[in-house]
Design a protein around this ligand. Sequence first.
Ligand SMILES: NC(=O)c1ccc[n+]([C@@H]2O[C@H](COP(=O)([O-])OP(=O)(O)OC[C@H]3O[C@@H](n4cnc5c(N)ncnc54)[C@H](OP(=O)(O)O)[C@@H]3O)[C@@H](O)[C@H]2O)c1
Length: 269
Amino acid sequence: MNKPEKLPSGRVLVTGATGGIGSALVRRFASAGLDLVLVARDAERLEAFSKEIVQEYGIKAATIPLDLMQAGAARELAAKLAQRRIAIDILVNNAGVTHQGRFDEMAPHQHQQIIGVNVVATTDLLAEFIPPMVERGHGRVLNVVGAAAFIPVPFMATYGASKAYLLSLTESLAEELVGSGVTVCALCPGLTATPMTENIEGSNLSYVKLISPTVSDPAEVADAAYDACMRGQVIHVPGGVNQLIALAGNTMPRWTARRLVGFLARMTT
Ligand SMILES: NC(=O)c1ccc[n+]([C@@H]2O[C@H](COP(=O)([O-])OP(=O)(O)OC[C@H]3O[C@@H](n4cnc5c(N)ncnc54)[C@H](OP(=O)(O)O)[C@@H]3O)[C@@H](O)[C@H]2O)c1
């Protein structure tokens, strides 16, 4: 394991800070006494949440309302932080978008949204914030990936592919950065009770519940994520069932995993 010599103690930047897993991560970092920068689109919700955690945990929090779909969003965010002289010690790439349905029945802009946030903005944020961490000789990155990265995900194909991309990117970066003092962790939770998963029941994604019958609590996922990120773990899969999914995805011949998931998906639609 890549153990940085100096533990980061400064600011934590969390994207998608007001969502299910994002807000739980914000609370977890705040409860450890770390100051925060919160990013999401809805400025009012962001401000209200920020006030709440400042009051509750006695930490400092800055808010930056931003649509990560916009071209140059990561550059704009880095420039705003530089203006305020805020350096980021821990980057939490949590914001993520999904749309479900048959690929051929989805509108092109839905695929673009998934790729725009989950792939483009996430990569841009890594490109903005990792170099200063390497220069300072310490830093942590937590990429919120998901167990979907390990297996094919029919009816959520672009989303699954975006998460497989992020898992691969995380592993390569973790190796490139060995000895730099900067660690990169992929958090791979399964189904978690957030607004993102509200409509799974009765949809053509209901097979996911057969594969991953337990739905995790965001606070528990955030606790596990915090520990893994601080330990410098490269891949963390919270929960026994999700670990089995990851193991199956990593060890089964690809055709077996694909046919099995495809069979379950067809059976439940
Ligand atoms: N829930 C699960 O079962 C599950 C499982 C595995 C992995 N994950 C991953 O965990 C992460 C968080 O998921 P979640 O379920 O907590 O999602 P969520 O409840 O839908 O929250 C999404 C958050 O991202 C923000 N956001 C969305 N689009 C944005 C954009 N274009 N620019 C900036 N911020 C944006 C939202 O706030 P605004 O709307 O105000 O922008 C919100 O704060 C995602 O990466 C997801 O893929 C989720």
